[in-house]
Design a protein around this ligand. Structure first.
Ligand SMILES: NC(=O)c1ccc[n+]([C@@H]2O[C@H](COP(=O)([O-])OP(=O)(O)OC[C@H]3O[C@@H](n4cnc5c(N)ncnc54)[C@H](O)[C@@H]3O)[C@@H](O)[C@H]2O)c1
Ligand SMILES: O=C(O)C[C@H](O)C(=O)O
Ligand SMILES: [Mg+2]
Length: 474
């Protein structure tokens, strides 16, 4: 087996070594020859004959782990007790918890936070429901809701399997923007039922972040909830992705000296993210967009049951290009992938226009890996954190909801999305802009603040903010 390349992850190998037979030098050599990078060694226990050690090793993937363990199995006096993956270890028991804001130390405290004191707060809210925003967690809490039908690019893997992603989103909400977020995965894929469950849950929350719900149901679910609820509802895979995509493209075209409006854009994966990205590009003035899905380019004479694809066919592909991705990509300035793993071949990238821009955003495996596309592209981005230029909706949703909650907005507007895209792009200064830095890092603290401010400004301009302007800190 050859040594694979790609993403790093780390594993811990627990080894039992026979002191007579095993040599640590041989173990280190075997790991290193198999391409593993030892980053820590811990002694777990030792006695006269045996020693047990945990070796933390950076590896590329599962195959690489197998390669390293196979190499160790050949060494005399060494037993592999178990192999644990750091990523799994971080998920033990889930990634978030709830905790009280202050302790209940005595009966007096108890009588205020609970019966009888709490009753007067309940009655105050009963008399004036808007007080829920002031006196309950509604003020700062968002529901992250999924039905598990389009989890990353893994497809319809169900609600339990969707939880780690939703917990991850909740962590990011809190860490990046101080927003309390709660993951809720639903055991139904029925549109009416999802709408009615989310409506029934809404009194607890100041906002609803819909996540990883497949197209076309996600469009109807979001639209109905927007109409029926008085708190903002935002489908992250549609609009969060579109906002960050546009931010990245503003900077990428600046770098290659092209006008976005003049670019030929090929977009693959006309689902939740692809549809919203297309609409956002159109709002930014792009006219030459060709959408491709499993059966090839979407054209006016195509026979589609999906009403959103009918819309797509009418409004895109001005030259009515037809055929496969490979057929229509010739001469494209920009490729956007929100589809599935490995569908863009390096030969396709080679056919693109000069200074090609490739945003391969499918997660966890992009449409093409940067190392494959590299020789033919000028600007390359993926949705992942382990390559430069991470185009991921995490650059949008924390700051967006921070802004929405702070000004108590009733909905998300188109202006907010455009303003958020410009805000994200603006974090990269002119003199910093280069092929490997077109979009700020998730950890750049200005991102949340700039997005928040842009959203609040737009909320007041659009008349959807419900807090008095002077009460909102800027
Ligand atoms: N980087 C980001 O921030 C970000 C955000 C949202 C979605 N995504 C990624 O985009 C992808 C789609 O997400 P979604 O929520 O829009 O899902 P979705 O299920 O709504 O849509 C996916 C679309 O891609 C099409 N598709 C799948 N495989 C294809 C292939 N081999 N060739 C052509 N078309 C194909 C499907 O037919 C479908 O229309 C996922 O991989 C997801 O991880 C990335
Ligand atoms: O979860 C992510 O990393 C981004 C996006 O929401 C996705 O579904 O891929
Ligand atoms: Mg998602």
């Amino acid at each position: 087996m050859s040594i694979p390349s790609g993403v790093n992850t780390s594993i811990i190998l627990r080894l039992e070594l026979d002191k007579e037979l095993a040599s640590f030098g041989n173990i280190a050599t075997a790991i290193s020859d198999a391409g593993g990078d030892i980053i820590a060694i811990d002694v777990v226990r030792t006695d006269k004959n045996l020693t047990v050690r945990d070796i933390t090793i950076n590896v590329y993937d599962n195959k690489h782990t197998e390669l390293i363990t196979a190499a160790i199995h050949t060494l005399a006096g060494v037993k592999v007790v178990h192999v644990s993956d750091q990523t799994f270890l971080l998920h033990l028991g889930g990634k978030i918890e709830t905790s009280p804001k202050y302790p209940i130390k005595n009966r007096d405290d108890l009588s205020r936070v609970y019966t009888p004191g709490v009753a007067k707060v309940c009655m105050a809210i009963h008399e004036k429901p808007s007080l829920a925003h002031t006196l309950t967690i509604k003020r700062n809490t968002v529901a992250v809701i999924s039905d598990g039908t389009a989890v990353l690019g893994l497809g319809n893997i169900g609600p339990e399997a969707a939880m780690p992603v939703m917990e991850g989103k909740a962590m990011l909400f809190k860490q990046l923007a101080g927003v309390d977020a709660f993951p809720i995965c639903l055991a139904t894929q029925d549109t009416d039922e999802i709408v009615s469950i989310v409506k029934a849950l809404s009194p607890t929350f100041g906002g609803i972040n819909l996540e990883d719900i497949a197209a076309p149901r996600c469009f109807e679910i979001e639209q109905r909830l927007i109409e029926e609820l008085d708190i903002p509802v935002f489908h992250d895979d549609q609009h969060g992705t579109a906002v960050v995509l546009l931010a990245g493209l503003y900077n990428a075209v600046k770098l290659v000296n092209k006008r976005l409006e003049d670019c030929k854009v090929v977009l693959c994966g006309i689902g939740a993210a692809g549809t919203a990205c297309t609409k956002m590009l159109m709002a930014a003035g792009v006219t030459n967009i060709i959408g491709v899905d499993r059966q090839g380019a979407i054209t006016k004479d195509g026979n589609y049951d999906n009403p959103f694809w009918r819309w797509y066919a009418e409004c895109t592909n001005p030259e009515q290009l037809r055929g496969t991705l490979s057929d229509v990509i010739e001469g494209a300035d920009i490729f956007i992938g929100v589809s599935g793993p490995g569908i863009l071949k390096k030969e396709d990238v080679a056919k693109m226009a000069q200074d090609a821009i490739v945003f391969a955003m499918a997660n966890p495996t992009p449409e093409i890996l940067p190392e494959e596309a590299e020789p033919y592209v000028r600007v390359m981005a993926t949705g992942r954190s382990d390559y430069p230029n991470q185009i991921n909706n995490v650059l949008c949703f924390p700051g967006l909801f921070r802004g929405l909650l702070d000004c108590r907005a009733s909905r998300v507007t188109e202006n907010m999305k455009l303003a958020a895209a410009k805000a994200i792009a603006s974090v990269v200064e002119e003199d910093e802009l280069n092929e490997y830095y077109i979009i700020p890092s998730v950890f750049n603290q200005s991102v949340v603040e700039k997005v928040r401010e842009a959203v609040i400004q737009a909320a007041y301009e659009d008349g959807v903010a419900r807090r008095r302007r002077e009460k909102v800190q800027t």
